[in-house]
Design a protein around this ligand. Structure first.
Ligand code: FCB
Length: 476
């Protein structure tokens, strides 16, 4: 064999994965407005526009003003989705673009952009899954989710957007990851709006969930034909050791990361908290039962984002992490422990596909018949992708990641699998494009498509071509 013919390490076979995909299973890509649209000055400002303009907030000093310039290049991006053979596209409506002050009528220019984008999707027969809130609160709603009024404003926004785009959206997602907004944005201060309230951030849980419930009611009142759901991020939580202290803190983390966001939506109540932890949850203790009725609306589907499991130990941590999370957590009675037995993404996140199955199994065990059909609304990984001298981008880690996670999901929900009984309907890869990764700026590339952030040129990576082959080989 000449060196040219030495086989490269084996790539997961697209045909083999294609045969595991059930007929009708939806596969698409996901994005968020603040991460790709740019043109942040075109209409109202979001809290992320302001936050990213503050020195020291974003790791590489970048901001939201251009990102991927999807605002001008949406047609090219939809054409890429079409080449990929994607069934669906999960995007978010930018609240401040559509309703610059968070109040009153929708802005015509904002409407026009989404009209054009939705037309483009329709022309390529790509099904729109629209998120109403992916973290870009209008900056004019100053107290943000600390203020109960923001829930009411969000309900009004949902009503206006529902009425305007009723016939064009196949699936509506009220909120994206309220857990990340509360924890990173209001408790730890590493995301907008940068509050460091620790457990005093808990009112933002209730207000976001109330906003969700009001948005569902508003969409139903607008008679939208599309299905309605919410997206939560779930991370299976385990204690670092068998000690009762670690077990108690793992339970606490599971409550604040997973259960406090899912239980009220699906069961109509906040999770029971052990007596010794109850004082931490004072802010939720008095939740009005009428609010809980509003929050617990019948849903057509549940969106689950999965990235990684979490390991928790009792006691304050030492406060050293590349993204500042550990430093921000030093005031808490627990810390996160590295999970060393798995390979890691560029972000340092453990790659543990089988725990996607665990997350699905926990949903079934916790919510039973209250769990509607599930879509995995985000899953993906950042790697330090490099452009080869011939212009190609070879990202075998991402191919292996996507293959392993899709297989883990199918195995889990198969008869006799760990999550047998979960009605899994679809999967969205995060993300279509390399994009602006919040506080990590442009340092983490999650895309199937490479973006040169100087020229904004898009180049499909090897993972894009691999997924294209998977989608083309599916049985319909
Ligand atoms: C999720 C977010 C998404 C993206 C991925 C990597 O938590 O919903 O916007 O940042 O992580």
């Amino acid at each position: 064999m000449s060196p040219d013919t030495v086989p490269s390490p084996k790539k997961p076979d697209p045909n083999s994965l294609a045969h595991s995909i059930p007929p009708g299973f939806v596969i698409g890509t996901a994005t968020a407005a603040a991460q790709i649209e740019g043109a942040s000055t075109a209409a109202g400002r979001s809290v992320w526009d302001d936050f990213s303009a503050q020195p020291g907030r974003i790791i590489d000093g970048s901001d939201t003003s251009v990102t991927c310039d999807h605002y001008s290049r949406y047609a090219e991006d939809v054409a890429l989705m079409s080449t990929l053979g994607a069934d669906a596209y999960r995007f978010s409506f930018a609240w401040p673009r559509l309703q610059p002050s968070g109040l009153g009528a929708l802005d015509p220019a904002g409407i026009d952009f989404y009209d054009r984008m939705l037309d483009e999707l329709a022309e390529h027969a790509i099904s729109p899954f629209a998120t109403l809130y992916h973290w870009d609160t209008p900056a004019e709603l100053e107290a943000g989710w600390l203020d109960r009024d923001t829930a009411l404003r969000f309900g009004e926004f949902a009503s206006l957007v529902g009425e305007r785009f009723a016939d064009r959206v196949d699936a509506w997602i009220t909120l994206n990851e309220p857990a990340t907004v509360t924890l990173n944005g209001y408790a730890l201060g590493i995301h907008a709006p940068g509050e460091t309230l620790l457990f005093d951030a808990l009112p933002t849980v209730h207000h976001q969930l109330l906003g969700h419930g009001l948005a569902v009611q508003a969409l139903r009142a607008a008679s939208v034909p599309g299905r309605i759901g919410i997206t939560n991020v779930h991370s299976p939580v385990r204690a670092a050791t068998d000690s009762p202290e670690d077990a108690a803190m793992a339970q606490l983390f599971d409550i604040v990361h997973n259960r406090v966001f899912a239980d009220p939506v699906l069961l109509g109540s906040y999770p029971d908290v052990p007596d010794e932890l109850a004082p931490l949850f004072g802010a939720l203790g008095g939740a009005d039962s009428r609010d809980l009725d509003t929050i617990c609306q019948p849903l057509d589907f549940y969106g689950l984002n999965y990235y990684m499991p979490t390991r928790v130990a009792a006691g304050a941590g030492t406060g050293a992490s590349p993204d500042g999370t550990a430093e921000a957590m030093t005031g808490l009675p627990f810390h996160l422990v590295d999970i060393d037995e798995y390979p890691r993404t560029g972000f340092g996140w453990p790659i543990a596909p089988k725990h996607l199955g665990t997350a699905l199994a926990e949903m079934r065990d916790r919510y039973g018949a209250a769990l509607p059909p599930v879509y995995i609304t985000e899953n993906g990984a950042s790697f330090a992708d490099e452009v080869a001298p011939n212009g190609t981008i070879n990202d075998p880690e991402r191919i292996a990641y996507l293959d392993a996670h899709l297989r883990a999901a199918f195995d889990a929900v198969a008869p006799g699998g760990a999550a047998d009984g979960v009605d899994l309907r679809g999967y969205f890869a995060w993300s279509l494009l390399d994009n602006w990764e919040w506080a990590a700026g442009f340092t983490q590339r999650f895309g199937l498509v490479h973006v040169d952030f100087d020229t904004l040129e898009r180049t499909p990576k090897a993972s894009f071509e691999w997924l294209r082959q998977v989608l083309a080989a599916r049985q319909r």
